[in-house]
Design a binder for this molecule. Sequence first.
Ligand SMILES: Cc1cc2nc3c(=O)[nH]c(=O)nc-3n(C[C@H](O)[C@H](O)[C@H](O)COP(=O)(O)OP(=O)(O)OC[C@H]3O[C@@H](n4cnc5c(N)ncnc54)[C@H](O)[C@@H]3O)c2cc1C
Length: 422
Amino acid sequence: MPEQTMPERIVIAGASLGGLRAAEQLRSAGWEGELVVIGDEAHPPYNRPPLSKEMLARPGTPEEALAALAFRPRRSATGITWKLGSGVAAANLARRTVTTHDGEVLGFSGLVVATGLRPARVPVPGPLAGRHVVRTLEDTLALHTDLVPGARVAVVGSGFIGCEVAATASGLGCRVTLIEGTSGPMERPLGAELSSGVRRMLNDHGVATLAGTRVIRFLGGQRCTGLVLADGRVLEADVVVEAVGSHANTEWLQGNGLDLDNGVECDEHLRVLDSAGTPVAGVVAVGDIARYPDPLAGGPARRVEHWATPTDTAKIAAPTLVAGLRGEEPGPAASPLPSFWTDLFALRIQGVGSPARADAVGILEGDPARPADGVALGYYREERLIGAVTAGLPAQKHLQYRQAVLDAQASGSRVPEPLPAA
Ligand SMILES: Cc1cc2nc3c(=O)[nH]c(=O)nc-3n(C[C@H](O)[C@H](O)[C@H](O)COP(=O)(O)OP(=O)(O)OC[C@H]3O[C@@H](n4cnc5c(N)ncnc54)[C@H](O)[C@@H]3O)c2cc1C
């Protein structure tokens, strides 16, 4: 049989921020061959953070919403084939092919995994209709329609998205109850100190919070009319929003000998690893789906579900992939400093590093019980500063604390606390 020639084609699976940034960075890294981005959503890449915030409050028409959210590709992103509306159903990494849900089989020399996450659901009995999640534009448009003034809204889960949705719904005049679950509002990413301040803010704005309980059943026949809590309480609701975490979209990669437990395992170059820990030639991952090492905080590889991650990881993964396809070794490993923000009412909370991995939290300035008045917290693991969060402070202050985390990363030492004023 004649030897099959490998196409000069990189396939990017997933057409959101990660897919877009990967395409841009591949061109910047000198890839001149074919670039095909396959996305299961019908839309070109669009911005998700506003979906739980301003877009949920005032989406306008679907066309207006999409126009407001759509990313403008950078100039480097030329010559890209976008295949939207039908995702990748399967990949055969040994044969270097992907198969779309439409049945099209595409060969590739390089593959970028950028299929992100989908919302988890509360795994208890009850009707689905009337229960919302927030991940896509359609999710937000559907939820907005139900958020009429006076509606009784139950938000299940108090991470970033749950708190943001609760705040937006209360701003629209809904009567909102936030069911916190096993930890307080934003407690897992930000720690208990700031969490109590966030709860207080929610309460001050009229959001009722229920701590230390969980949903055991949804009520209703055709449509959800409320929920039952583990402590026996019954909460009637016109609208239920589930914000209880997410699952990585990895099913299409099954059968290739990869470790797909909670995302796709990668090395520090974002090369996808097989279950023996060996990089799979020509395959990298970017964005929320990538599970990669964290040299600053230490501990096992982790996924980073923040807006900056697709860009940060694409800047590493794209040159790695191009080098690999040229038969070269990847450049030195980089370890991007995670960064994130969340908006609650008029307050912006910003973080850097890995606060969720801290074993101790220190107050650098202000009172975490009153975040709107200005607060900064340092997050430590084994006595090293691994993260910082600020709220209600001038941008300059946030940059100062960010630099302190970078310095601690470079030197491995603990910085004095509190930091000297800027
Ligand atoms: C409501 C909301 C609010 C947020 N707010 C903030 C914020 O305030 N601050 C912050 O830092 N971050 C925020 N984020 C996180 C940020 O938006 C994400 O980190 C970012 O969108 C991740 O991009 P991604 O491309 O890796 O994944 P995704 O955006 O999940 O994109 C993956 C894409 O791949 C598609 N796909 C899935 N399976 C397949 C398949 N088999 N074939 C083809 N395509 C497939 C998906 O449909 C999707 O279009 C928010 C996220 C959400 C949902």
